[in-house]
Design a protein around this ligand. Structure first.
Ligand code: ZN
Length: 440
């Protein structure tokens, strides 16, 4: 029997982590008559869902077991979620989905929609009914959406790996003790096959989260081997309780690939081609706003301060530039829909032409306007003429066409970092996990 187990929404603002439950389950199931047919998957869903806890991630475990083991596997999964899930805390509505065989098309379709839409509990329940799956849910049951979506997304195309090491319970809430120099060294030795380890621009270690969750570090890379090697290169100053290598859609732009061609909708990813409509403006706080003329009308775009140099690139656009923008659409009250930019491709730069006062034909001094319709007058030699007019001068653009993404620290989990361009995988080889991929 092939069995897919999807789990979602077990964490709360106070702590917990769905991937930790997956790591616990890996330990328990690997002691049984069970064979994992894939690394545990972390599936990031639509990052624009407003009620998500942190990253909007669900997990899926995929395994093969004798039919006789089914009830036992199911029981252990339920027990583990009940033990480590933050059931009863605000906004925590866990669910576990069990699906035998291959995920049917109806579930695959739901998982695709979950990357770009906000699905309802009703969507999930009707999909579950049309599949052979079963589920256990707690609270409002909203976790059903993510757990079903995780089961249906088998990461057949581009994917990456993440090694997550977890903390001992007694260290929870304390600062994470990871030697910074060892992170820099590991980054030097393993990138670009690992990514988002360190942000040199802001001198920031990116492998450590900051919340109350049990994750000590997460190492992202192209293969299970390279994330394991990177892990061995780190000097950790606190004990690791357990670690697991996950296969994920991190850093793959999966949310943009799934965007259907339609009007931008609030809380959804957006990909839009257009022409810069007005001069971008920078507001208090450093955020940059820019209007884009598209085939669907004028759309407001925003690059926020934490995006670093990216917002300066947006600020140096001028009307007439041809761009493709990628981001998340947000609606704030009565304001027009705004696209929070996550990526920008400058296709074509327009000429920056500005009118300039002419030079004096006698003494070469820059002339001044003699008044509306009166021509120009030289402030040095007093030559004046009504026949001279302004000249158009081309200014240098300090910008090149191409791809721009925010500083690493402002990346979303799904954002494809610059270093991954060219490393994308067409498909997954389907090989079962081998070598060191979890402890214990
Ligand atoms: Zn003059």
């Amino acid at each position: 029997m092939r069995l897919h187990i999807g789990i979602d929404d077990t964490d709360s603002a106070k702590g917990g982590c769905t991937t930790y439950i997956a790591a616990q389950l890996v330990e328990k199931l690997s002691q049984m008559q069970v064979r994992f047919i894939d690394y545990p998957n972390i599936i990031r869903l639509n990052p624009n869902v407003p009620y998500k806890t942190r990253g909007n991630a669900a997990v899926a475990l995929r395994l093969e077991a004798p039919d006789t083991e089914y009830d036992k596997v199911r029981e252990i999964a339920i027990q583990t979620v009940e033990q480590y899930g933050r059931i009863g805390e605000e906004g925590t509505d866990p669910a576990i989905v069990f699906l035998r065989g291959k995920p049917p098309p109806v579930v695959v379709r739901l998982s695709r929609r979950a990357l770009t839409e906000i699905l309802s509990l009703h969507d999930a329940i009707s999909t579950l009914r049309n599949s052979s799956g079963s589920a256990v849910s707690y609270g409002s049951g909203l976790g059903l959406v993510g757990s079903l979506a995780a089961v249906g997304n088998t990461l057949a195309g581009d994917h990456t790996y993440e090694l997550i090491a977890y903390r001992r319970p007694r260290n929870l809430g304390k600062p994470r003790r990871v030697d910074e120099d060892s992170v820099i060294r590991m980054d030097r030795l393993t990138s670009p096959n690992t990514f988002n380890n360190y942000d040199p621009t802001n001198k920031r270690v990116l492998i450590k989260p900051h919340g109350p969750d049990p994750v000590l570090i997460g190492l992202r890379g192209e293969t299970p081997r390279v994330v394991y090697r990177a892990f061995r290169l780190l000097r950790l100053r606190e004990a690791v309780e357990r670690w697991v290598i996950f296969r994920t859609n991190h850093g793959t732009d999966a949310h943009f690939k799934a965007v259907p061609p339609r009007m931008p909708q609030a809380n959804s990813p957006v990909v839009l081609k257009g022409v810069v409509h007005t001069m971008p403006i920078r507001i208090y706080g450093g955020h940059v706003f820019c209007e884009l003329q598209t085939s669907r009308g004028v759309v407001q775009c925003a690059a926020f301060e934490p995006t670093g140099k990216f917002k300066d690139v947006v600020a140096s656009l001028i009307p007439g530039d041809h761009v493709t923008v990628f981001g998340g659409a947000k609606q704030h009250g009565q304001l027009p829909l705004t696209v929070n930019l996550e990526k920008l491709v400058i296709e074509h730069l327009s000429e920056d032409v500005v009118p300039q006062n002419p030079r004096c034909p006698r003494c070469d001094k820059r002339m001044k306007s003699a008044g509306r319709g009166q021509g120009f007058r030289c402030p040095r030699c007093c030559y004046s003429s009504s026949k001279i007019s302004k000249r158009l001068v081309k200014r240098e653009r300090n910008l090149l066409p191409g791809l721009y993404v925010p500083d690493k620290k402002a990346h979303r989990h799904l954002t494809k970092p610059l270093s991954r361009y060219g490393l994308e995988k067409r498909r997954w080889d389907g090989k079962i996990p081998t070598g060191a991929w979890h402890t214990p």
